[in-house]
Design a protein around this ligand. Structure first.
Ligand SMILES: *Cc1c(COP(=O)(O)O)cnc(C)c1O
Length: 346
């Protein structure tokens, strides 16, 4: 199963040869009394200085929380920036390709299109599980990245661990596991596999369980070599000072985050029951995330009815294998109650 993994054969030649931008804060890292090196305005506002390009203080906290050393962590302007960077590091436009497993998160396709990279789609099987043999059969030397989103958006389920292990262990290119919803899943993060698999990249985000979608902060965990590539290609100051500050504050309140996640999990179970009890709901899919996919008789009518009641859900009925489906994000108990009342009266 273990073929020798050679990162250099996967990286685009121009990226391998890149001489990264070196900022003032990269060149002088100590502390001084007078900074006259970065053309900043000297008058103090709390924001007149550039941010730390590598966000060392945030990574120090994450090291503890995630059990991953700082040199194996990269921070992006949301996971969406990390997705784009991975395409730019590994995929030669017009030549290379990636694999996605529809139905899945839309950004992999959009980022591929922006970077002129082909996408091979290997649909999820019944129950929204990966077709491991079909995926491996599609891989060749031009297939650089396999995108695995688990728990998967929009289906909500977590892929079986044995399928994950076969894919990460046997896929010849980079395997990205997008764990945006891992805090709502009943398992630990696959970051524990980083030492076993040099081709693995794990993405997480502050946008979901941490309640900080507005600050735009995504995390990537990978080998030191892959993290060095991500840091070389990212814009030098991609995570701004306000974002680093807000993340540090949130990381001081881990208890609050844990309580919110517990409340959301309780509300998810309640929402599953409520949806399943409605006659026009044909199917409620299992969820390991903070949303529920449900098949209804008339998705458009249901969507419009809820909109009229001031409640917006996501119409996923045009996604592959999601015919008739709406996606319900779990809200506060009051918001969910309002949704249930509206649905019962429909
Ligand atoms: C919401 C979501 C993200 C988060 O993206 P950010 O850019 O970090 O906000 C990533 N992946 C998936 C699958 C998501 O649903």
């Amino acid at each position: 199963m273990t073929t020798a993994f050679d990162l250099t054969t996967l990286v685009r030649p121009n990226i391998a040869a890149l001489n990264p931008y070196s900022s003032a804060r990269d060149e002088f890292k100590g502390s001084a009394e007078v900074y006259l090196d970065a053309n900043e305005n000297p008058y103090e506002t709390g924001l007149n200085r550039y941010p730390d390009p590598l966000a060392a203080a945030v990574k120090k906290e994450l090291e503890q929380l995630k059990g991953v050393p700082a040199q194996q962590i990269m921070l992006g302007n949301g996971s969406d920036e990390v997705i784009d960077l991975l395409f730019r590091i590994f995929c030669e436009p017009g030549k290379d390709e990636v694999i996605t497993l529809p139905p899945t998160y839309g950004m992999y396709q959009v980022s591929a299109d922006i970077n002129n990279v082909g996408v091979k789609k290997v649909p999820l099987k019944a129950g929204f599980v990966p077709d491991v043999d079909a995926i491996l059969a599609e891989a060749n030397e031009r297939t650089k990245i396999l995108w695995l989103c688990t728990p998967n958006n929009p289906s909500g389920n977590d892929f079986p661990a044995d399928a994950m292990e076969r894919l990460v262990g046997s896929f010849p290119g980079i395997v990205v596991i997008d764990e945006a919803y891992v805090d709502f899943a009943n398992r630990a993060s696959y970051t524990t596999w980083l030492d076993r698999f040099p081709n693995l990249v794990i993405m997480q985000t502050f946008s979901k369980a941490w309640g900080l979608a507005g600050i735009r902060l995504g995390m990537a965990f990978a080998s030191t070599a892959i993290i060095q590539l991500l840091n070389a290609v990212k814009p030098p100051y991609n995570v701004n000072r306000l974002t680093q500050k807000a993340a540090l504050e949130a990381l001081q309140e881990k208890q609050k985050q844990a309580e919110e996640v517990q409340t959301i999990l309780g509300q998810r179970a309640l929402m599953q029951q409520h949806l399943a009890s409605l006659s026009f709901v044909e199917r409620v899919y299992p969820s390991s995330s903070n949303f529920i996919l449900a098949k209804v008789e008339d998705p458009k009518a249901t969507y419009n009815y809820l909109m009229g009641k001031g409640i917006i859900v996501r119409d996923r009925s045009r996604q592959y294998a999601c015919e008739g489906c709406l996606r319900f994000t779990v809200g506060t108990p009051e918001e969910n109650e309002r949704l249930f009342r509206a649905l019962i009266e429909m």
